[in-house]
Design a protein around this ligand. Structure first.
Ligand code: AMP
Length: 276
């Protein structure tokens, strides 16, 4: 599928899936092939109100250029006078965030499978000079087999090879120290975020959570990681987290090294599916 070749009447619109800040998402079937997709409908008026055009253009360009089993596919987009339509891969099991809230925390096997999927997706993104910068449970979806898909590239940046970026963005609990300090940053910010997520998957909350955002900032800068005694978490998992939550960004484990870490090797399901 490519730009401009698609029109709304080529889809049968099914049930409403959910609503985001800029529009609504529906299940849809492409009439000719019978292929099931998620159709995101964005209202141009809302985009204008929030000056979000550039943001969306970047998101579309980046997501459309990526093709990896752990990155949500953006197959095509088209528009009419009032709306923009994104034809997205359908993630049948929905948000990972909701599953985490329901289960409170994940088993080591499930957590390791998600971390390995994220590491594979990030290795691929970084090879293509894309840094996501806004990885958080709300931006992770699960397909019908429970395979993790990174969605929402609204904050991603396409780097010139080896260039560093300096923009404050992302959600505060997941921000790397260099971003909190508004310093230059590169793809190693995503490796830090993987450490945050690994912790949150195992304990149910992110490591630097605090009453207010300034306390979170302080805890991030001190790398004030506390491992609670409950739920019990293996020393190998803590070792991986400690090797990702490192202030010196050049010393954080790379996605490739994450995949070679003993905790991942022993616990992650190579298929990437989660069926517990
Ligand atoms: P968003 O506008 O991206 O915040 O999405 C609004 C709602 O639709 C959220 O509950 C998402 O989980 C859901 N959603 C978005 N994209 C998809 C998709 N490709 N497959 C399944 N659910 C989705």
């Amino acid at each position: 599928m490519a730009e401009e070749e698609w029109f709304l009447d080529e889809f049968e619109i099914g049930r409403f899936i959910g609503e985001g800040k800029f529009g609504k998402v529906y299940l849809a079937r492409e009439k000719q092939s019978g292929y099931i997709v998620a159709l995101k409908v964005i209202f141009k008026q809302k985009l204008e109100k929030y000056h979000f055009h550039e943001h969306l253009r970047r998101e579309i360009e980046i997501q459309h250029s990526l093709d990896h089993p752990n990155v949500l596919r953006l197959f095509a987009w088209f528009h009419d006078e009032t709306r923009i339509f994104l034809v997205l891969e359908y993630a049948a099991q929905g948000e990972l965030y909701k599953l985490l809230r329901n289960l409170h925390h994940f088993s080591e096997k499930r957590a390791a499978t998600y971390v390995a999927s994220l590491a594979k997706a990030l290795a691929y993104c970084h090879e293509n000079n894309v840094i996501h910068r806004d990885i958080k449970p709300e931006n992770l979806l699960l397909d019908f087999e429970g395979r993790l898909k990174i969605a929402d590239f609204g904050w991603a940046a396409q780097l010139q090879a080896h260039a560093k970026r300096q923009t404050m963005c992302g959600t505060i609990d997941y921000l790397a120290p260099e971003m909190v300090q508004n310093k230059e940053h590169d793809q190693t910010v995503d490796n830090w975020t993987l450490g945050i997520l690994c912790y949150e998957f195992l304990y149910g909350f992110p490591p630097f959570e605090a009453e207010d955002k300034y306390d979170t900032f302080k805890r991030i800068l001190k790398v004030d990681v506390v491992f609670p005694s409950s739920p019990p978490v293996s020393p190998e998992a803590k070792d991986l987290i400690s090797k990702l939550l490192v202030k010196d960004s050049s010393k954080r484990l790379s996605p490739q090294k994450i995949l070679e870490h003993p905790w991942i090797v022993q616990n992650a399901d190579p298929s990437g599916c989660t069926k517990e």
